[in-house]
Design a protein around this ligand. Structure first.
Ligand code: ARG
Length: 591
């Protein structure tokens, strides 16, 4: 159910007699922020008035007179300088809600034509623990995947692991010199992490007092180990093969916990054998050229060239990304490829896409879905108190632990208020804390415009009130509680839903919100912005709260009204649950 689309189509028809190309004017119909101005508003009469040399109010009246209201619109109202305010008819909304209640997809139709997407996300450099910087790509990518799939698109997810880079040179060198064999046998992941950190500490001091680089013998030796690995050195390749399962297990633990899955994990190493051929092909086609012994792709005088083979023969990040594009197109034939990578890599992707277009991949939508950084309370990159990077595993543990504290606190407060509280078993409690803790972290990230930086704040993200996962999960639980308390089986409102009564302003507001579900998902998909889903959820939750405070449900005046309101409650719970699911956030039935 896409109301805005429906109204835009009606405007399109009405505007035909006034302009040649009504599309852009019709697209100016928007949902309003305040019901005073109707549910939707069109402001096209203002710009059209200018073109036609007529008074906007007159033009507005003319459009309104020609508008086919169907059975969904009330008679439009002209306001101010020429706004057309539109209200949805409650009887029509009631019929739509009844139909949506029976629909597993909650009224969201599948898009046509569906696209074939490849989404490249998470893509950490393995062999070092995942840190907070990997959070955004992972959870925004996961959410977009869920959203696009729900809308009917095909999505292939591919985790482009950094599994071939300089960090392996560090591990190789470190392993050869410092491994504790017993520790490696007992727990390879931990031992590799220790070796990595040890190597980093050795490689730190590389500037003298005047800021001159001091040649660092360890760093140089590690670089040589990387070069040997890339050249196929038997010992190094063997060690690499031995390290990889441990590195993968380390990140898979995090993915399992976050509920994130990938169809493929073709890391950089996967493309290694293809790289000489890529460089040859690009040179043959005149896209790349030799410059001072290296191979580069140029982008004019104003931009630095992209290096695809260094003078010592080594290939680069860009080379494997070019190979990746060719492989993906050949294998999956996508319409679009999305790269979820932080804003600092903007130039890399700009050049990559430009090169790909020259190479003949111009028909594919290539998009860098960039995002800002996670900051600490001091507005600097988020670090531990000691100044180290925050490991993702530890961060998630802390989230769950803090969720437990919030839970304990609210339980105490409920007891003090003399409320009845359910005693939950330890397993159920653990699951709730996990859902609330991880949900808080995910939601706090997803509710931001992805392009801006945001400050990581525990109290804010775990607040029981406000635009947080905790609030949404709690709203869901309270809603389910109504059904438990009344001994009502919600299945009835899905199998044989009654026709709801949309009489007072609260019921009306809730109905409008419920019918806006598809509209908001489409907005999120068009902009690749999960925050459009959280904004919608927030509006829905606020409207529901207004409804709930003002409209008795179990104690409604009549049986008919009770049935109607139970239907609205059930639909709200289902929409909240679906939105959270699309954000990768779990709901629980009770807390
Ligand atoms: N591993 C890279 C990094 O940590 C991100 C890779 C993103 N994906 C890609 N196809 N370049 O910076």
């Amino acid at each position: 159910m896409n109301i805005v689309q429906l109204i835009q189509n009606r405007f399109q028809d009405a505007l035909h007699s006034l302009v040649a190309d009504p599309g852009p004017l019709a697209a100016m119909v928007r949902p309003t922020q305040d019901v005073k101005h109707g549910d939707y508003q069109a402001n096209c009469a203002m710009s059209l008035g200018k073109t036609l040399g007529k008074k906007p109010r007159e033009v507005a009246q003319e459009i309104a007179d020609g508008l086919d209201l169907g059975d969904e619109l009330e008679k439009p109202e002209i306001a101010g300088p020429g706004f057309i305010n539109l209200r949805i008819r409650p009887d029509w909304m009631a019929r739509q809600l009844q139909a949506i209640a029976e629909d597993e997809r909650l009224g969201v139709s599948k898009v046509a034509p569906a696209k074939n997407y490849v989404i490249d996300f998470s893509s950490p450099n393995v062999a070092k623990p995942m840190h907070v910087g990997h959070l955004r790509s992972t959870i925004i990518g996961d959410s977009l995947t869920r959203l696009l799939r729900f809308l009917g698109h095909t999505v292939i997810t591919d985790n482009h692991l950094g599994d071939w880079g300089t960090q392996f040179g560090m591990l190789l060198y470190g392993y050869k010199h410092f491994v504790d064999a017993k520790a490696f046998e007992a727990d390879p992941v931990r031992e590799l992490a220790r070796i990595y950190l040890h190597m980093r500490s050795l490689m730190k001091a590389d500037e003298d007092e005047e800021g001159n680089k001091i040649p660092d013998p360890v760093a140089e030796a590690a670089r040589q180990e990387t070069a040997k690995l890339h050249a196929g050195d038997v010992e190094n390749v063997q060690l690499w093969k031995m390290f990889m399962p441990a590195c993968l297990e380390e990140i898979n633990v995090i993915y399992r916990r976050l509920g994130v899955q990938f169809d493929h994990m073709h890391g950089e190493s996967f493309y290694n054998d293809m790289l000489p051929d890529i460089v040859r092909e690009l040179e043959e086609k005149g896209i790349a050229e030799r410059s001072k012994g290296a191979m580069v792709i140029s982008f004019g005088a104003k931009e630095p060239p992209a290096l695809i083979q260094k003078s010592d023969g080594a290939f680069t990040y860009a080379t494997s990304d070019l190979a990746t594009i060719r492989y993906r197109v050949k294998t999956w034939n996508p319409d679009a490829m999305l790269y979820l990578v932080g804003s600092p890599q903007a130039l890399h992707f700009k050049q990559l896409f430009a090169a790909a277009r020259r190479w003949g991949y111009g028909q594919i939508e290539l998009e860098h879905i960039a995002f800002g950084s996670v900051l600490g309370e001091d507005r600097k990159p988020f670090k531990t108190r000691e100044g180290g990077v925050i490991e993702l595993g530890a961060l998630l543990d802390e989230a769950v632990e803090r969720a437990g504290q919030v839970y304990e606190q609210s339980r105490k407060e409920s007891l003090e208020r003399g409320e009845e509280i359910v005693d939950l078993g330890s397993e159920e409690r653990r699951q709730i804390e996990e859902a609330v803790g991880l949900g808080a972290v995910k939601y706090a990230d997803l509710c931001q415009n992805r392009l801006t930086d945001y400050v990581f704040s525990w109290p804010k993200m775990l607040a029981m009130n406000g635009n947080t996962a905790t609030y949404m999960q709690y709203a869901y639980v309270r809603n389910r509680g109504i059904f438990r308390k009344g001994g009502v089986d919600a299945a009835k409102y899905r199998n044989q839903p009654p026709l709801p009564k949309i009489d007072n302003e609260h019921e009306r507001a809730l109905a409008v919100q419920l019918l806006r579900f598809e509209e908001s998902l489409l907005a999120a998909a068009t902009e690749y912005q999960p925050s459009a889903i959280t904004s919608y959820l927030w509006d829905l939750a606020k409207t529901y709260s207004g409804f709930f405070q003002n409209c008795p449900v179990l104690k409604a005046e009549s049986e008919e009204l009770r049935e109607s309101r139970l239907l609205l409650c059930d639909l709200t719970a289902r929409v909240i649950q679906k939105c959270l699911e699309l954000l990768g956030i779990r709901t629980v039935e009770r807390m």
